[in-house]
Design a binder for this molecule. Structure first.
Ligand SMILES: *Cc1c(COP(=O)(O)O)cnc(C)c1O
Length: 384
């Protein structure tokens, strides 16, 4: 497991730093490991009778004179969570009401008519929105396969933004992030990485030079499939301030209660990712030799895999409906294992095979997960 390279201790700029109070990362002589940081960060200062946890503060407005003022701009609950997410990624975080609200805020930063390079297999909502913006002339879109660094490099010429996702959803292709980011910068473009699949436990794109990291906090960071949230993390403070202003102006802010739940969830991120990744590795190995499986996709790390099954979409649907521990539902990164035939969605890319099932590993025992999944796969063979 990676350690959070120092600096990791977060502090907030006080008045004088401008209207929008931002987390800044202070150098520390003793960098904490991520496993420690997710537990210790985002807590109130230690003083007698101070609560251990940042309280849920149900306020839209704050008494004038301090740095908060209005909850669309800043709030204690969002701030505590931003301290943890920002520190984990090595930048300054702003949380949004969903991953798509965060993605929309990032797209809003693109100048009129600018060229955006994006993956052929991006998150569906992101792909559809970028195509919409292209079709109305708001941006000019260039689609690339991000596992080809040469293709990414060519596409970056004159671009304003390289939008990366790695591993990709749901084909699990892996981009050479440092090389792609370098290509973007060489062309004068910004690099944004959607780090939802890998999580900062396994990959920290800002440390590879990326300018912005995007998260669907809905997924592994909160980890319990009980809320929607997103985050943008910027490497430099000026960009972070522009991002914060997108939340203020577009209004995609978060509720105090959701921030509390997400913060509670992120405390166990390290444990959950470790357990889910271990199960993914164990089960991917066994899937290779299951007679109902024609292809297994797994990038050798992370908590998401995909299988293609013998037969067409019906066989895949049979698998998804036959499990009792795995749940047939969209989304990923929760404590419970989910599976889904992605092409059931009309908007899913036609490059995704009809018989592909995405697997999101939870934290149940790997042997129980395997028994359930292999039985369901066998059932699909019998039903043919
Ligand atoms: C889910 C997801 C999003 C969108 O996030 P929401 O919280 O559902 O709005 C963006 N990118 C990736 C990779 C995702 O998995």
């Amino acid at each position: 497991m990676l350690t959070v390279p120092g600096p990791v201790r977060c502090q907030y700029a006080r008045p004088g730093a401008g209207r929008y109070v931002l987390a800044v990362i202070e150098p520390t002589s003793s960098p904490l490991r991520a496993e420690t940081f997710v537990v210790t960060a985002g807590r109130p200062a230690r003083s007698p009778d101070a609560p251990l946890n940042t309280p849920i503060v149900p306020a839209s407005s704050f008494i004038a004179g301090g740095p908060m003022e209005y909850a669309r701009e800043d709030s204690p609950s969002a701030r505590a969570l931003e301290e943890v997410i920002g520190g984990l990624e090595g930048g300054t975080a702003t949380v949004f009401s969903s991953g798509m609200a965060a993605a929309g805020a990032a797209m809003d930063l693109i100048p009129l008519g600018a060229i955006v390079v994006a993956p052929s297999a991006a998150y569906t909502g992101v792909a559809v929105r970028l195509r919409e913006l292209d079709s109305i002339g708001r941006i000019r879109l260039r689609i690339v396969d991000v596992d080809s660094t040469a293709a990414v490099t060519d596409a970056c010429e004159d671009a304003h933004l390289l939008w990366l996702e790695s591993p990709t959803n749901p084909l699990l292709e892996v981009a050479d992030l440092p090389a792609c980011i370098e290509a973007a910068h060489a062309a004068g473009a910004l690099a944004l990485v959607d780090n939802t699949f890998a999580t900062p436990m396994l990959q920290r794109p800002l440390l590879d030079g990326a300018d912005i990291v995007l998260h669907s906090v809905t997924k592994a960071l909160s980890g319990h499939s009980d809320l929607l949230m997103g985050a943008l993390v910027a490497r430099d403070l000026e960009l972070a301030e522009r991002i914060r202003l997108r939340r203020v102006l577009l209004g995609g802010s978060t509720s105090a209660f959701d921030c509390y739940l997400a913060l509670r969830g992120i405390r166990t991120l390290a444990l959950r990712v470790e357990q889910a990744q271990a199960s993914a590795r164990t089960i991917v190995d066994r899937l290779h030799s299951h007679p109902a499986v024609t292809r297994v996709r797994y990038p050798e790390f992370g908590t998401i895999a995909a299988v293609e099954v013998v037969g067409g979409p019906d066989a895949a649907d049979t698998v998804c409906r036959s499990t009792v521990i795995w749940t047939y539902a969209t989304s990923l990164g929760g404590v419970e294992s989910l599976l889904e035939r992605r092409r059931r969605w009309d908007l899913e890319s036609t490059t995704v095979p009809e018989n592909l099932i995405r697997l999101s590993f939870g934290i149940e025992h790997a042997d129980d997960l395997w028994t359930d999944l292999s039985d369901a796969l066998s059932a699909s063979l019998r039903d043919r």
